[in-house]
Design a protein around this ligand. Structure first.
Ligand code: ATP
Length: 288
């Protein structure tokens, strides 16, 4: 039996870092939403008691470094599963891009194995297990729109923002999240106003959402990777309503409401950037 699960990417409408904790993690406050750019995870039972990762993408590790592998391992150990599984990862989300691709693959693997192995876990229980694998995994278990606090694992669900297009452009560089956090200077950053963003989302106020977007990690990545700054400027020039880097980058996204303007921005970006996507926000959370 094989089951297929969708693993959507996320964007950060806000990303704030409050402080560095004594355990080495950063205390964050992020408002994230899932978008219609998804990997596809296939899960099949295999005879051998092993976890096998299959992916055509050369940037995706096929061993224990893969977050989907770690997800299967955690469940196997916790629930003493003696069954092997083959995990096929059909990648559409760019790797090391600030779009939580690996975390979403892990979350989809947890949701899928909960089904395949009849574990009967609630989504809250799956999200709690997800937090052991990575900071963004809990959010990815639920999808939709949420405020994430703590290391990223404390989730408060929010309504879907008003419908709009999301245009993403990823320059052909990878960014290490760990390096970006290491180089962040907490004394000089301008914090986004998470509460104002939450109000804007509750009010369905598109203009206010655009106005309140902010990501403190831009202070690091825009300096070390000028191509990210360049994409931001071009997206603004082509007419996006608001433009921001997602996560630790290097992907930049722009919001736009009108189809006519979408085409102009898309074509303009394609002139100098290989990976450009125009997608919708997903809106809904996954159900139990
Ligand atoms: P985040 O936004 O959560 O910081 P990201 O989008 O920047 O994540 P990923 O695409 O998750 O980054 O990849 C980061 C690294 O994780 C990659 O360089 C890769 O080696 C490793 N990795 C582990 N599992 C996966 C996976 N399933 N898909 C892609 N990369 C993975």
């Amino acid at each position: 039996m094989t089951i297929f699960i969708k693993a959507p990417a996320k964007i950060n409408l806000t990303l704030d870092v409050l402080n560095k904790r004594s355990d080495g993690y950063h205390e964050v406050e992020m408002i994230m939403t899932t978008i219609d750019l998804s990997d596809r995870i296939g899960l099949s039972e295999i005879k051998e008691d092993k976890i096998r990762i299959i992916s055509q993408n050369r940037f995706v590790p096929d061993d224990q470094r893969n977050l989907a592998y770690q997800a299967a391992k955690v469940l196997k150990e916790k629930f003493k599963i003696k069954q092997g599984v083959s995990i096929t990862i059909d990648k559409a989300i760019p790797v090391a891009a600030g779009l939580a691709g690996g975390s979403s693959d892990a979350a989809a693997t947890l949701r899928g194995l909960n089904q395949l192995w009849n574990l009967g876990l609630t989504l809250d229980e799956v999200a709690e297990i997800g937090a052991e694998i990575g900071s963004d995994v809990s959010f990815c278990v639920y999808g939709g729109t949420a405020l994430a606090k703590g290391r990223g694992e404390k989730i408060t669900h929010l309504p879907a923002p008003p419908n709009c297009w999301v245009i993403l452009a990823k320059p052909s560089i990878g960014v290490s999240t760990a390096d970006v956090y290491r180089n962040l200077d907490l004394t000089t950053i301008r914090h986004p106003n998470s509460n104002a963003m939450i109000d804007a989302i509750y009010n369905g106020n598109y203009e206010a959402i655009c106005k309140e977007m902010g990501n403190v990690l831009e202070t690091v990545t825009l300096k070390t990777h000028p191509e990210v700054q360049h994409i931001k400027e071009q997206m603004e020039r082509f007419g996006a309503d608001a433009v921001l880097m997602s996560g630790s980058g290097p992907t930049v996204f722009g919001l736009v409401q009108y189809d006519s303007r979408l085409q102009r921005i898309y074509n303009g970006l394609r002139g100098f950037c290989d990976q450009v996507f125009a997608v919708r926000m997903l809106g809904d959370r996954f159900s139990e």
